[in-house]
Design a protein around this ligand. Structure first.
Ligand code: HEC
Ligand code: HEC
Length: 369
């Protein structure tokens, strides 16, 4: 190698663009310079360090600061600042109320932020309705540390635009939420100096517990699940469920989830059963709806390939095959792979045998409207 070439290679190596093995075609271990080897504990360690030489760099203090934004229950990490309830109301109404409701009561986009707490809870530090097993849980009912509220808003809200609030806005809107929950008065100014006082009034400040199965490991984490293998409760008891009024808030969940994988969304909006086809007159009546119910049309079109083959292609392929309907019904029921390409079709969900048979017949009939 010429001197020039050597310098160029060293430069590329430092820039992380080529591996050290490219230097003189040597193996990494052989390429370790004597000094690096002498500085490291073992030759293997030296080789490892040399391998990554020039790749990446230490994060700068400014970069670490940009990531290190957490605020802890003891308020470590809380930046200095303050904000009034009045300012917070402006922030809330312009940036938060559209999703959480004017009074934090909405359960349209997420469970309510406000509600379910009482003056008695503020005294005891235990939210009574939570202990009773309330249908609906609000943020205020669960919140045990005011730092969590501040930190969460600071890092994650508004949902569509996180990290856009100024420190003052975060203080202000946190103060406003606390005011909506009657924890602080309307003329209150929340600041780093008085967060601890507010903490002492949170309705659920004493609500955290470590006496549950996830925590009480008695020094021996049960990684083999043996502790639960005796004295088990025979029937699991479901202790919470989606309240009836909230079920249809986001349409029919059964129709909205991914098409792969075993877990289906529950039916939250009952659907009218597709009308039975009045045979000859309109052979395709109700079939589109049935194909929709089975989510078939998210992967299939009648007249062209999408994820799966066009129904017209399928009908053409099996034309004249007396067993086609039976064969295809079997494929729809259990899934199919390798006939049309590498992409597999998952087994049909939400359909019974007779519906599957009708779909197979419909496809072989050319999937008429
Ligand atoms: C576009 C809709 C939207 C807007 C606007 C919005 N949020 Fe949210 N908010 C959400 C959603 C969705 C969640 C739940 C996120 C999750 O759990 O992953 C949430 C969660 C929260 C929570 C935590 C609730 C809990 O119990 O875990 C708080 C507090 C909150 N938002 C406050 C605010 C504040 C303050 C603003 C305005 C600065 C705001 N949000 C703006 C949609 C929104
Ligand atoms: C996630 C996408 C997806 C969904 C949902 C889906 N299919 Fe398919 N389907 C495919 C793919 C991909 C193939 C090709 C599979 C293969 O190569 O065997 C296919 C193949 C088929 C075939 C031909 C099978 C063969 O052996 O020739 C039929 C018939 C069919 N689908 C009907 C349906 C029906 C009816 C539904 C609704 C119940 C449905 N598909 C839902 C992707 C899907």
């Amino acid at each position: 190698m010429s001197r020039c070439e050597r310098l160029l290679r060293a430069g590329l190596l430092l820039a992380g663009l080529i591996g050290p093995a490219a230097v003189q075609g040597a193996s990494p271990a052989k390429a370790v310079p004597a000094k690096a080897a002498a500085d490291s504990a073992t030759p293997a360690k030296a080789a490892e360090e040399w391998r990554w030489l020039g790749v990446g760099r230490a994060a700068t203090p400014a970069e670490v600061r940009a990531w290190d934004i957490d605020v802890r229950p003891d308020f470590k990490g809380l930046p200095k600042g303050s904000g009034t309830v009045a300012r917070g109301q402006d922030v809330w109404e312009s940036k938060c109320a559209s999703c959480h409701g004017v009074f934090g009561e909405s359960n349209q986009v997420f469970t309510p932020v406000i509600g379910g707490t009482t003056p008695a809870d503020m005294k005891s530090g235990h939210v009574a309705s939570l202990i009773k097993g309330a249908d609906q849980r609000s943020t205020m009912m669960k919140l045990a540390h005011v730092s969590t509220l501040w930190d969460y808003i600071n890092r994650a809200m508004p949902w569509t635009n996180p990290r856009t609030l100024s420190t003052e806005e975060v203080y202000a809107v946190t103060a406003y939420i606390l005011n909506l929950a009657d924890v602080v008065p309307t003329d209150f100014t929340l600041s780093d100096a008085n967060m601890a006082e507010v903490q002492n009034k949170l309705p659920n400040r004493n609500g955290l517990t470590t006496s549950h199965g996830m925590w009480e490991v008695k020094g021996k984490p049960d990684v083999k699940a043996v502790a639960c293998m005796k004295d088990c409760i025979p029937e699991p008891k479901i202790t919470s469920s989606l309240p009836a009024f909230a079920r249809p808030a986001h349409g029919n969940l059964a129709e909205q989830n991914r098409l792969v994988g075993p877990v289906r969304g529950v039916v939250t909006v009952a659907q009218a059963a597709p009308a039975a086809a009045p045979a000859a007159a309109t052979p395709g009546a109700g079939m589109q709806a049935l194909a929709n119910k089975g989510a078939c049309l998210s992967c299939h079109q009648v007249d062209r390939k999408v994820v799966g083959p066009g129904f017209n292609e399928i009908a053409a392929k099996y034309k004249g095959d007396a067993k086609a309907v039976e064969l295809l019904a079997g494929k729809i029921k259990s899934g199919s792979q390798g006939v049309w390409g590498a992409v597999p079709m998952p087994a049909a969900m939400n359909l019974d045998e007779s519906e599957i048979a009708r779909l197979a017949r419909w496809i072989m009939a050319g999937a008429p409207e």
